[in-house]
Design a protein around this ligand. Structure first.
Ligand SMILES: [Zn+2]
Length: 330
């Protein structure tokens, strides 16, 4: 039972970027966020994702003359060992999460502000920031879905798509977090860690999240507007490849949020020209991201960290299909 209790720290960030309060895990917003984190945690435990993260570490290793983990005093036996050490540290203590109301554009779902570290990698000292207004849309979707109580209706599918979307946002940020682990500091991602398919360019700078997505999904994850739906929608998840975009099936989304993992995701419907689609957040100005961990008040918040039951029978694990449930703090 004890290994099913995992600490989380979910902090709100106001429109000016100041962290101002901690969400108790039992609140609607925090429960939804932790539920999506837990789906991401499940992904990190699969053999396929572990193998891809090892490949990222190998790729990184080729461009590094003398990385810290090569020092025999660190005790690593292999690059697999380095990768597993990172994954296990994330599974034990998840990084601090900010629900960030200073992000103005829906095009940016999340980010990881890289922080230097020495001696010991503490995931809690690192953070992932999430788009506050988009998380609030997920919270609203949960309330509406719980009201109907019908898993196959529009409100419930919308809610599960939000859980899927944020689980995959965390997944993307894990690649950036891994680079922080490997570099220890603010080094840029090497250019060889970028999208694994042709047709993408990132100006000669790597993009570890895109490396992960293209290796696992065969393309990048994008959310396109459903013009028949309202502004509270997550957007329809698609995989973008050089040949066009194709929708991820609801069946696949439902499997993932039920912890039935398969990679790549199942696609359905026609392959569509990307220029005919409108991405959620298109036409917004670019986001200027800042690091919330610079705020000294964080020391105070660390004490508010609470353990949550993440076991297979927990409320958290059932929440995607029972949106009225809440995370249970120990
Ligand atoms: Zn990224």
């Amino acid at each position: 039972m004890a290994q099913n209790l995992v600490p989380f720290l979910i902090v709100h960030r106001d429109p000016h970027g100041a962290p101002d309060f901690v969400y108790p895990p039992e609140t609607n917003m925090a429960s939804c966020v932790i539920a999506s984190i837990n789906v991401c945690r499940g992904m990190l435990r699969t053999a396929r994702i572990r193998a891809v993260l090892v490949s990222l570490v190998r790729e990184f290793h080729r461009s590094q003359p003398r990385p810290w983990y090569d020092d025999p005093r660190q005790g690593f036996r292999s690059l697999e060992d380095v990768t597993l050490t990172f994954i296990n540290s994330i599974l034990m203590v998840f990084p601090t999460v900010y629900i960030d109301d200073s992000i103005g554009s829906p095009s940016c779902l999340g980010a990881h502000p890289r922080r230097e570290w020495r001696n010991f990698f503490h995931p809690r000292e690192q953070s992932i920031i999430l788009n506050g207004p988009r998380v609030r849309d997920m919270g609203t979707a949960a309330i509406l879905a719980a009201r109907t109580g019908n898993p196959s209706d529009h409100a419930n599918k919308r809610f599960r798509t939000f859980i899927f979307m944020f689980a995959n946002t965390f997944f993307h940020e894990m690649a950036h977090m891994l680079v922080t682990f490997l570099t220890q500091d603010l080094t840029l991602t090497p250019p060889n860690i970028g999208p694994r398919i042709s047709g993408y360019s990132n100006g000669g700078i790597g993009e570890a999240g895109r490396y992960l997505e293209t290796t696992v999904f065969g393309g990048t994850l994008e959310y396109y507007r459903d013009h028949s739906d309202d502004g509270g929608q997550p957007g329809i998840p698609h995989i973008l490849t050089e040949g066009g975009v194709q929708r991820i099936s609801q069946h696949s989304i439902d499997d993932i949020v039920s912890y039935y993992f398969h990679f790549p995701y199942h696609l359905e419907g026609p392959l569509v020209d990307r220029d005919s689609m409108e991405r959620i957040g298109d036409h917004y100005p670019p986001v200027n991201l800042t690091d919330p961990m610079r705020w000294i008040v964080m020391d105070e918040y660390r004490r508010h960290c609470q353990k949550v039951d993440v076991g297979p029978q927990s409320a958290l694990a059932r929440l995607p299909f029972q949106p009225g449930l809440r995370a249970q703090a120990a």
